[in-house]
Write a protein that binds this ligand. Sequence first.
Ligand SMILES: [Zn+2]
Length: 151
Amino acid sequence: MSNVVTRPLPSLDEPDTGPFWEATSSHELRYQQCRECNKVVFYPRRHCTNCGSSILEWHVSAGEGVIYSLTVIRRNGHPYFSSILPYVVALVDLDEGFRMMTNIVQTAPEDVRIGQRVKVSWEDYDRLSLPVFVPVVNAVSAKPAEDKVVS
Ligand SMILES: [Zn+2]
């Protein structure tokens, strides 16, 4: 018997969010858009949050956006999350117009900034993948580097 602590994962059986999670196994970050009023809807729901229509279409995000807000988690009583401390929980504004809560990974928490450009990355599990984000290298540093040029 193993004592490996695993990350809690979402259920694929929930009718509103099931298609979203099933698509993650193909590394597709899906969102919904209302066919009646064009409102972008996220997280996945049965009805439009603007007009109440039930005619929502699925789209696939390009997976890039900007950090709207973040916090660094330094304490967590759950065995899995306490094993990955410290970690970053962030709200990311995707280019298609929706905001999602996620983790920023593969970078030191002190190097994560509001306004930073990020792109989706995937943590793969048996039946789904979790969308997490990594900084887009050079997206922010390109302009300041040019400013340092002295002629
Ligand atoms: Zn609508």
